[in-house]
Design a protein around this ligand. Structure first.
Ligand SMILES: C[S@@+](CC[C@H](N)C(=O)[O-])C[C@H]1O[C@@H](n2cnc3c(N)ncnc32)[C@H](O)[C@@H]1O
Length: 195
């Protein structure tokens, strides 16, 4: 009663065509995917370094990225030399693990701004590891004050150690323990630096 040969039965026809068409569609998408990868390679690299590598290393070492950065700074920098600490931070960020520090290029803009304005009061929102804090602190005129606030306790603890390592100790840093910053009202921990 079935006049069609078995290979041309509708269901067999459909599955065979599907099997042939699927790789063809997938191949057609390859140039599109490659174009996306090339076009947005910086974002993919950032995602890889800032998210994937970080998670793996957090898991393997059991300590957060900022603390790992500090351990590197501690063993590779000249204590009391803010500029060398900034360079060591940059080296770590570029060659080891990504950190959301200001970085050397934006640092130049900030440096120029501080030279032009010579501010006597500076408020930094978001200390992170203290990179911009020591950059600003070393450029401020004598008698100026820098207030910095960080909402994350673990990052603030790293920043405090970095600030100390840079030489902003009891003589130059007031508000040790981050108690005297007026930004406490904002719910963050703050440090008050006196140049
Ligand atoms: C991009 S990082 C700052 C980088 C830093 N200024 C540097 O270059 O050294 C942003 C930081 O702001 C902090 N932050 C975000 N919102 C905040 C808030 N409302 N109060 C205090 N800190 C905040 C984050 O925890 C993070 O550490």
């Amino acid at each position: 009663s079935n006049l069609l040969p078995p290979t041309l039965l509708p269901e067999r026809l459909t599955s065979r065509h599907t099997a042939m068409v699927s790789p063809a569609i997938a191949l057609a998408f390859i140039p599109f995917v490659v174009t996306l990868l090339i076009r947005y390679r910086h974002y993919f690299c950032l995602f890889y370094r800032a998210v994937l590598v970080r998670r793996v290393r957090d898991y393997l070492t059991g300590i957060p990225k900022e603390e790992r950065a500090f351990q590197y700074i501690l063993t590779h920098t000249i204590p009391g030399d803010p500029q060398h600490i900034l360079e060591t931070f940059d080296h770590w960020s570029y060659h080891c693990e990504y950190l959301s520090n200001l970085g050397p290029q934006k640092a130049k803009i900030l440096e120029r701004l501080i030279y032009e304005k010579s501010p006597l009061r500076v408020l930094e929102l978001g200390t992170y590891c203290g990179y911009a804090t020591i950059l600003i602190a070393q450029l401020l005129p004598l008698g100026a004050r820098l207030y910095t606030v960080e909402m994350d306790d673990r990052k603030a603890a790293v920043a405090e150690k970095v600030i100390r390592l840079a030489g902003f100790d009891d003589d130059t840093v007031s508000g040790l323990g981050f108690h005297s910053c007026p930004c406490q009202a904002a719910g963050g921990r703050g440090a008050e630096l006196e140049a």
